[in-house]
Design a protein around this ligand. Structure first.
Ligand code: GLA
Ligand code: ZN
Length: 657
């Protein structure tokens, strides 16, 4: 198992490097990530390379048994690049160039930038291919910025559209340019839809896809070189969890495995379900375990900083990720830098460089993880429940949420959090993925619903699956046109309902939701209400307001061998979703190992005949959990009784099998 830190030897005098490496070794660290912002130190002038300093840093690390992941350093362009090739600086919406001196500000369709990126990647790959302790590469850093509006990006967009649609007539059909007379007569008349609120929604969705593809292509150019010259090394990238300006499925495709950067310690301690779902999304990108490339090591902030991870939190936050499938743990950063924009983004070491509490806690975690490693090997999260995670829907909803508060991730979390509270893990899958391995599938806010995906979902239910969908599902087709069908369109039979009318609920208005017999989820509809007419579905909850009394708010339909649930409103109370999840799990016959007490998170990693139950206490107070007795708790080596006491921010790993 690889455990370590993000390290910037270029921030410190060389005479400190040996001390750093020794301290890392003492902590049980065996990997660092290096150089992802060091382009100008590696290529101080165009075409002149200086690798000696990095060779030496790598040698010092190697002496201490530490391996390295090298970043291709293209996230920060050298000053000479901006001076010699000003077109490499992204053009902003207002027509001005980004100013050099920040990071992530290059145009991805600039030929010059692509060539320079290939050149430094090739030079590094050639130089470090056989350095014994280099084990892999991180491409660039946190792809996703900036959006560039330059003439070259516009031209590429036009070319991309031509490739995709072939003819202008097809483009006109796909985008529906009969509206507002937006038909173009030539490809070069197509503009970048700069105003997401006014431009054609089809153009907006395609622009987002195009922007994503530019990043994917830029990475692919680097990956090709790395694969060619460094066949022994892995290639990865540091993703950003729920960040969704790029199609992460596409970005992940060229990589060996995915890593992500996790910074959840803000505000008051709570269960960090956003870090859990982010981990599950990350694991879903390649249906494979992942690493943490940057893990919370201290207070973070660029101007002012947040709170310090309290004793136990550094360990707890790390275990949360392991519980969700992390197989590598790298803390950001080793030592807090005295200079630059991130002076207050604290590492394991403070500015003074002394190994104190945070260092000790990470070291303790590292030692434990090394001990656990042989048992973790070959295991991943095992669950009967999947959730569809869809970038097209995220993007279409950003352009037009329908009802104002319609946020994809908020919708997802209404179900996700209830599932976690029930002790049930989630696999995130892309639309169209094979669902046959799952007893239940949640498809929250699946706004863009191409016909083949709708048919597959319907089929999944017919064959015995349990499907949960909700309001605004299936409104759009893949080009962001509204389906010309009564909602829920092709899902009507599986769900046994028709929605002929619907409404946004303005702030200040609320409609009671009343559960019918057999369902325990009373609540309040806010933001939105579908006027659902059952066509065979059983009504689990209806509305109380006089104008909605005839309609259903929540339904369940038996279809083929399975069942389809439909949630027509946004319900304010989390308890509603707890009741909903209970009903769904019962129908799908999904039984979690245990229902955790409040503030405790649980997952199961299984494989190679082993089953490991993780318990993470996010509470500031010690918490008791009822657990299977007579099993071995791996961190203490003790045998479990019926109850296990978790410290504040405490962790336990119980071997069930
Ligand atoms: C991101 C980046 C890091 C650093 C941290 C903290 O995750 O990848 O380089 O900037 O944020 O700001
Ligand atoms: Zn550009």
């Amino acid at each position: 198992m690889y455990v370590g830190v993000d390290y910037y030897p270029e921030h410190w005098e060389r005479k400190r490097w040996a001390t750093d490496a020794k301290l890392m070794k003492q902590a049980g660290f065996n990997v660092v990530r290096l150089a992802e912002f060091a382009w100008v130190f590696l290529e101080p002038e165009e075409g002149r390379f200086e690798f000696e300093w990095l060779d030496e840093a790598l040698a010092v690390l190697r002496k201490n048994g530490i391996s390295a992941i090298l970043g291709t350093p293209t996230a920060v362009m050298p000053a000479w690049c901006a001076r010699k090739y000003p077109e490499t600086l992204a053009l902003q919406k207002d027509g001005t160039r980004t100013v050099w001196g920040v990071r992530k500000n290059n145009c991805f369709s600039s030929g010059a930038y692509r060539l320079l990126s290939e050149r430094i990647t090739r030079a590094m790959a050639e130089h470090f291919a056989d350095t014994p302790n280099v084990i892999g590469w991180q491409t660039d850093n946190e792809f996703g910025h900036p959006v560039c509006y330059c003439p070259s990006c516009r031209e590429e967009f036009q070319g991309w559209l031509k490739q995709k649609y072939g003819t202008l007539a097809e483009l006109a059909r796909a985008w529906g340019t009969h509206f507002w007379g937006h038909r173009v007569g030539r490809w070069d008349e197509v503009t970048i839809p700069v105003d997401g609120g006014s431009h054609n929604p089809g153009a907006g969705l395609d622009w987002q896809r195009f922007f994503s593809s530019l990043n994917v292509r830029f990475q692919r150019d680097q990956v090709r070189i790395l694969r060619d010259l460094c066949p022994k090394h892995f290639v990865t990238h540091n993703f950003m969890g729920l960040f969704s300006d790029l199609n992460y499925y596409d970005l992940a495709e060229d990589l060996d495995f995915v890593t992500w950067d996790n910074y959840p310690v803000w505000g008051k301690p709570e269960v960090r379900y956003r870090s859990s779902s982010a981990a599950d999304v990350t694991r879903g990108l390649k249906r494979k375990n992942f690493w943490i490339m940057e893990q919370t090591a201290g207070p973070g902030g660029w101007g002012s900083f947040g709170r310090n991870p309290w004793p136990g939190e550094i360990r707890g936050v790390a275990y949360q990720q392991v519980a969700h499938g992390a197989d590598g743990m790298i803390w950001f950063r080793w030592r807090t830098c005295t200079a630059g924009r991130e002076q207050y983004w604290h590492g394991l070491l403070q500015h003074d460089g002394r190994p104190l509490r945070r260092y000790r806690e990470a070291a303790e975690t590292a030692r434990e993880l090394h001990k656990l490693a042989p048992l973790l090997e070959g295991t991943t999260v095992k669950t009967d429940v999947a959730m569809i995670y869809d970038y097209d829907s995220i993007w279409a909803l950003r352009l037009q949420p329908g009802f104002g508060q319609n946020d994809y991730h908020n919708a997802l979390h209404r179900y996700y959090d209830a599932l976690q509270r029930a002790g049930v893990s989630v696999d995130m899958v892309k639309p169209g993925a094979d669902l046959s391995a799952y007893k239940a599938v949640f498809a929250p806010d699946l706004h863009v619903l191409p016909d083949p995906v709708a048919r597959a979902l319907s089929d999944y239910v017919a064959k015995g699956g349990v499907l949960v969908t909700d309001c605004r599902t299936g409104v759009k087709d893949e080009t962001n046109l509204c389906h010309a069908r009564t909602l829920p369109g092709l899902l009507s039979d599986a769900l046994g309902i028709a929605i002929e009318e619907y409404e946004s609920i303005p702030d200040g208005l609320e409609f009671g939701v009343k559960a019918k017999t057999g369902f325990a989820g009373d609540g309040t509809a806010v933001h939105y209400a579908d006027w659902v007419t059952p066509k065979g579905a059983e009504v689990l909850a209806g509305y109380e307001h006089w104008h909605l009394k005839r309609f259903a708010a929540f339904t369940r339909n038996n279809f083929g061998k399975g069942a389809g649930f439909y949630v027509g409103a946004v319900v304010k109370e989390p308890a509603f979703y707890d009741a909903l999840v209970a009903a769904v799990l019962k129908t799908a016959r999904v039984r979690p190992v245990l229902r955790p007490p409040e503030g405790v998170e649980t997952t199961v990693r299984a494989g190679r005949g082993r089953r490991l139950l993780f318990l993470i206490n996010h509470n500031e107070t010690p918490t008791a959990v009822s657990v299977p007795a007579g099993k071995r708790e791996l961190l203490t080596g003790k045998t479990t009784g019926k109850e296990l006491a978790l410290d504040r921010f405490g962790v336990a790993v119980i071997r069930l099998r």
